[in-house]
Ligand binder design. Structure first.
Ligand code: PEP
Ligand code: MG
Length: 557
C-alpha cells in the first residue's frame, strides 16, 4: 500500500525515482596524533585518499554538463595541485598529525593565504575547502559533501539546498526534488522551477525517506508517494507535460499589453530566456554572479558578467537589480554573519549604508556594460523601505548616467507609501516573495509556514493594489518579478490590480501567456475584485479557479 506525504507544490511535473539524500556536512577531525612509526602508513593513506578524490572528480566532471561540469573541473584541478598534499604530508611527518587532521589544517592554511589575494585567487579558497572535505570524507569513511552523483537518475531529498549546492545540480540526473524545509518562495523552489525539475518543498515526513527507496513525486499537486505500485511508477515515468510556445508578445484577449519578461541570474539563463521568446529581462539577480565569493568582484569582472546578459537581449529591456546580499544570500564582503535575524537585517540596499563604495562601483560597472551593449538597461534596488532610500538610489544612478532607476517593492512600508516612493523611482517591480514574507511575518525559508507564504494571501494582493495605485498617480509602470508572476492562474489577477509586466522563469512564460490571451482586461479587473473580497488565500485561489474554469481546463492547468 502506498502512503502519501504532502507539501507545497512548487515546480510542476511528475517523476519517479530512487531517493538519494543530501549528505551532512563533513565534521572537523579531532586533533589526534599518530606515533612516529605510523607516519609512512599515514602518508600513504593520505596519498591514496587524494588520488581517489581526484579520480572521482575527473570522472564526475566528464559526465556533467553546463555549470556543474565547470564547477567540478575547477575542484578536480585543485585536488591535483601538489601544494596541499605536500603540506599535509609535512604535518604528518613533523607533528605526527593524523592524515585527516593534517589535510584539514593544511587546507585551512592554504585558504587563509589565498583569501587576501583578491579574485580570481581568493575564489579558490572555497575550492580548497571543498577538496579538504572530500579528502577527509574519503579518509574517515563519511559521505563526500555536495549534491551526490550516484551515476543514475534520482530524487534528491534534503532538508533544504544552499544556493552554492544548486550550482552543481544536474537536471539530467535529478528527476525531482523533495525538501522537508524551504517555503514556496525559497531559492530551492525558484531554482527547481527554473530548471524544470518537479519539486515539493515543506513536505512533512520527508526526513524519514530512506536512501534507495522508490518514490513518485507530483510537483504540481505537492505530493510524494511512498511504496508506489508498478502502475503508479510507470504512469509517472510516462507523464508528458503539455508543451506550449510563447510567441513573444504578451497581451490579454482584447489586446491589453502585458510585457512578459524573464528572471535570470547569468548569461546561460539569459540564453534560455531568449530561446523561450521572453520580451526582455524583468529581474537580473546580479548577486548570483558572485555567490560564495569572499571578496568584491572588480569593476572589470562585473562589466564582463553583466555584458554577458545584456548581449543576449540586443535592443530589448533588461532590468538589472543591484546586489541583494544578505539573509539566505550572504556575500561576505558586504554582509555580517552574526545578525540574530538576517531577513530583517542589513540586506539589499541597506548594505550600501556601510558600503556606499560597493554600490557605486556596481553602478559604474552597470553603466559601462550598458554603454558597450545595445540593451535598454533599467536599474533597480532591492529592499527599498522608505522614500528617502528611493530618492538616494535614483540620485546615485543618475550620477552614473543611468536614468531608468527604479525600486523593488518588497517591504510593506514601501507598498503602502508608494505614492511617495514613485515621486523618485521611475518604475517599480514588486518582489512578491519578500513582500509575502514581510506582510505575513512568515520566514520564506520555513517549510512549516508554507500555508502563510503564498502570494494568494489577500493581504499581499492588497499591497500589490496599493503599489499600483501610488505608481499610477505619477504614471510609473509597475511589474511583478516575484514567483507570483509565474503562477498562470494568478497572472490575470495581478494584471487586474494594475500590474503592467510579469517577470518569471522562462519555463512559465508559455502558460502565463496562454491564460492571459484568453481573458479580457475587464475580466482581469473583475477577478481582482473577487480575490480582494475573499477571507483567505485558499478561498481566493479557489474562487479564481472557479471563475476561470472555462479557460484553465482546456489549457490543462
Ligand atoms: C522577491 O523577493 O520577490 C524577489 C524577486 O527577490 P528575491 O527572490 O531574489 O529575494
Ligand atoms: Mg526579494
Amino acid at each position: 500500500m502506498s502512503t502519501t506525504l504532502t507539501g507545497a507544490p512548487v515546480s510542476p511535473g511528475r517523476a519517479a525515482g530512487v531517493v538519494v539524500t543530501m549528505p551532512a556536512p563533513v565534521p572537523e577531525p579531532p586533533e589526534a596524533t599518530t606515533g612516529p612509526s605510523e607516519a609512512d602508513d599515514a602518508v600513504s593513506r593520505l596519498g591514496a585518499a587524494s588520488r581517489a578524490v581526484q579520480d572521482r572528480l575527473d570522472a564526475l566532471a566528464a559526465q556533467a554538463t553546463g555549470t556543474a561540469a565547470d564547477v567540478l573541473a575547477v575542484t578536480a584541478a585543485m585536488a591535483a595541485d601538489p601544494t596541499l598534499a605536500s603540506d599535509a604530508e609535512r604535518r604528518v611527518r613533523e607533528s605526527g598529525a593524523t592524515p585527516e587532521r593534517a589535510v584539514w589544517d593544511a587546507a585551512n592554511a592554504l585558504a587563509a593565504q589565498l583569501e587576501p589575494l583578491g579574485p580570481p585567487l581568493s575564489e579558490r579558497a572555497r575550492d580548497v575547502r571543498d577538496v579538504r572535505d572530500r579528502i577527509v570524507a574519503e579518509l574517515t569513511g563519511v559521505r563526500p559533501p555536495g549534491v551526490p552523483s550516484p551515476g543514475h537518475p534520482f530524487v534528491l531529498v534534503a532538508e533544504d539546498l544552499a544556493p552554492a549546492d544548486t550550482a552543481t545540480l544536474d537536471p539530467e540526473a535529478v528527476v525531482a526534488i523533495v525538501t522537508s524545509g524551504g517555503g514556496p518562495t525559497s531559492h530551492t523552489a525558484i531554482l527547481a522551477r527554473a530548471l524544470g525539475i518537479p519539486a515539493v518543498v515543506a513536505a512533512k515526513g520527508a526526513d524519514d525517506l530512506a536512501e534507495g527507496e522508490t518514490v513518485v513525486v507530483d510537483g504540481g499537486a505537492g505530493i510524494v508517494l511512498r511504496d508506489p505500485s508498478d502502475a503508479e511508477v510507470e504512469a509517472a515515468r510516462s507523464a508528458v507535460r503539455v508543451e506550449r510556445e510563447f510567441d513573444g508578445h504578451g497581451r490579454t484577449a482584447d489586446g491589453h499589453r502585458v510585457e512578459l519578461l524573464a528572471n535570470v541570474a547569468d548569461p546561460a539563463a539569459a540564453q534560455a530566456a531568449v530561446a523561450a521568446h521572453a520580451e526582455g529581462v524583468g529581474l537580473f539577480r546580479t548577486e548570483f554572479c558572485f555567490l560564495g565569493r569572499d571578496v568584491e568582484p572588480s569593476v572589470e569582472e562585473q562589466v564582463t558578467a553583466y555584458r554577458g546578459v545584456l548581449a543576449a537581449f540586443g535592443g530589448r529591456k533588461v532590468v538589472v537589480r543591484t546586489l541583494d546580499a544578505g539573509a539566505d544570500k550572504p556575500l561576505p564582503f558586504v554582509t555580517a554573519d552574526d545578525e540574530p535575524n538576517p531577513a530583517l537585517g542589513v540586506r539589499g540596499l541597506r548594505t550600501a549604508v556601510a558600503h556606499p563604495e560597493v554600490l557605486d562601483r556596481q553602478l559604474r560597472a552597470i553603466a559601462e556594460a550598458a554603454e558597450a551593449e545595445q540593451a535598454d538597461v533599467w536599474v533597480m534596488a532591492p529592499m527599498v523601505a522608505t522614500t528617502d532610500e528611493a530618492r538616494a538610489f535614483v540620485a546615485a544612478c543618475e550620477r552614473h548616467g543611468l536614468t531608468r532607476a527604479g525600486a523593488m517593492i518588497e517591504v510593506p512600508a514601501a507598498a503602502l507609501r508608494s505614492r511617495w516612493v514613485f515621486e523618485h523611482a521611475t518604475f517599480g517591480s514588486i518582489g512578491t516573495n519578500d513582500l509575502t514574507q514581510y506582510a505575513m511575518a512568515a520566514d520564506r525559508m520555513l517549510g512549516d509556514l508554507a500555508a502563510l507564504s503564498t502570494s494568494w494571501q489577500p493581504a499581499v494582493l492588497e499591497l500589490v493594489r496599493a503599489t499600483c495605485e501610488g505608481a499610477q498617480a505619477h504614471g510609473r509602470p509597475v511589474g511583478v518579478c516575484g514567483e507570483a508572476a509565474a503562477d498562470a492562474v494568478l497572472a490575470p489577477v495581478l494584471v487586474g490590480l494594475g500590474v503592467r509586466s510579469l517577470s518569471m522563469t522562462p519555463r512559465a512564460l508559455a502558460d502565463v501567456a496562454a491564460v492571459l490571451a484568453e481573458v479580457t482586461f475587464v475580466r482581469c479587473r473583475e477577478l481582482a475584485q473577487v480575490v480582494l473580497a475573499q477571507p483567505d488565500a485558499d478561498a481566493a485561489r479557489s474562487a479564481v479557479r472557479r471563475e476561470l474554469a472555462d479557460v484553465l481546463h482546456p489549457l490543462g492547468l
